[in-house]
Design a protein around this ligand. Structure first.
Ligand code: FES
Ligand SMILES: [Fe+2]
Length: 424
């Protein structure tokens, strides 16, 4: 349970809010690289942490992230001409480069001198790891880019994807660190080997018949929180998973042995967020089978309405719940694994959950710990203490692990050793 004030602090990220200021100390993904694929291509609208912005790639391929509106008389730059290293407002022709400098002010005799006095809000943008990153904080506090595993591997080693959700970023992120929901929300009914909900994908039936996963180890670290879960499987083995929450909004787990899954939530505003789900293999290209699961199984990555980042099964069609499926095949009647999560998180008494009105139990320990950590970081920053990871991008160099051993074997010490950043 959180006080009303702490819940506000946790969930509000607009300019000037404590959590908004904390998030603005970090580089954050704001779109996929493919959304602005070409130099001088069409600009793209963006809303991040309640700020309306426009992103474009200039003639040199540099990324520009500017205020969505022109400083002259507030016209939308979305309709601008992206030409000769700058974005030109089509209302009266003012032109801005990727750094927000006004490089042409052609509609007035005093333009040549006045343009030096005009600028537009701009944020640094970088294309890395298949994602466009923005830094929206104070210039003198700009950190190096984090070194998340997927960012440094060749494109063949990763699958980068995003969608947009109609709820607060934290509500969505809490689902990742809520281990005890897995065997309920995502479970199937009856004999899993003959269940069409399992058969249509590369499922592991012994995993699905295992015990409810619980965190057996949670640890505060410099990068955030590291955790270990152990699940007893139906075949007599136990599956050990290590993962991490990296401040402020990155969670890392395993999709399969050797394949990391990095989930990232970026606030659009307080009631909407972007959700990135990025799979990567540090050592090898993703296999044909892994890529098929990502692109075509419609299971872990739900289909999106073409031209949007909105899932086809969404809040407005009750996630296409099928009550016959719910009676006979799976727990929810909702087809995609991801959509099962989305259906439950987009409306927890609304898009911003009231955490003053909840009843947590011990299986919610990770949620409690991460809330505490994030609130602590926001309070520290209010008192002038910068977050620890921003000066050390190596702290993001984490790998998740998944392995099976016979039940009863004590593997905690080995698992905990993986909670340190690689190479530290
Ligand atoms: S409003 Fe953009 S140039 Fe006038
Ligand atoms: Fe889930």
């Amino acid at each position: 349970m959180l006080t009303v004030e702490d819940n506000k602090m946790l969930t509000q990220t607009g300019p000037g809010t404590p959590m908004g200021e904390l998030f603005r100390r970090f580089w954050l993904p704001v779109m996929l690289s493919e959304e602005i694929p070409a130099a001088d291509g069409p600009p793209k609208r963006l809303r991040i942490m309640s700020e309306d912005l426009i992103a474009f790639r200039d003639s040199n391929g540099e990324v520009g992230i500017l205020d969505a509106y022109c400083p002259h008389r507030g016209a939308p730059l979305f309709f601008g001409r992206n030409e000769e290293c700058g974005l030109r407002c089509v209302y009266h022709g003012w032109k801005f480069d990727v750094n927000g400098v006004c490089v042409d002010l052609p509609n007035s005799p005093e333009g040549e001198t006045y343009k030096d006095k005009v600028s537009i809000k701009s944020y640094p943008g970088v294309d890395k790891g298949g994602v466009i990153w923005a830094y929206m904080g104070p210039k003198d506090k700009q950190p190096p880019l984090p070194e998340l595993g997927f960012m440094s591997v060749p494109a063949s080693h990763r699958y980068v994807w995003r969608m947009e959700l109609e709820c607060n970023y934290f509500q969505s992120m809490e689902g990742d660190i809520d281990s005890s929901h897995v065997n309920f929300l995502h479970s199937v009914l009856g004999d899993v080997r003959s269940n069409p909900q399992v058969r249509h994908r590369d499922a592991d039936p012994d995993r699905l018949t295992g015990t409810v996963p619980q965190y057996v180890h949670l640890e505060d670290t410099e990068y955030g929180v590291g955790h270990v879960t152990v699940v007893n499987r139906g075949d007599g083995t136990q599956m050990v998973n290590t993962g991490s929450w990296l401040m402020p909004c990155f969670t890392l787990g395993s999709a399969a042995e050797g394949v990391g899954q990095q989930n990232i939530r970026v606030p659009i505003d307080d009631e909407h967020c972007q959700f990135y789900r990025i799979r990567h293999d540090i050592d090898a290209p993703l296999t044909e089978k892994e890529l098929w699961e990502c692109k075509h199984s419609n299971f872990v990555y739900p289909p999106l309405i073409p031209g949007t980042f909105t899932p086809t099964s969404n809040k407005h069609n009750d996630y296409q719940i099928d009550r016959v499926m719910q009676k006979n095949f799976n727990f929810t009647g909702i087809r995609s694994f991801s959509t099962q999560d989305t259906a439950l998180i987009e409306d927890q008494r609304g898009a911003i959950m009231d955490r003053n009105n909840e009843h947590l139990v011990t299986s919610d320990n990770a949620i409690i710990q991460i809330r505490k950590r994030l609130l602590g970081l926001a309070r520290d920053l209010m008192e002038g203490k910068e977050p620890p990871t921003t000066s050390n991008p190596n702290l993001y160099h984490m790998r998740s692990r998944r392995f099976n051993v016979p039940q009863g074997e004590d593997v905690l010490e080995e698992a905990v050793s993986y909670l340190a950043p690689a190479g530290s």
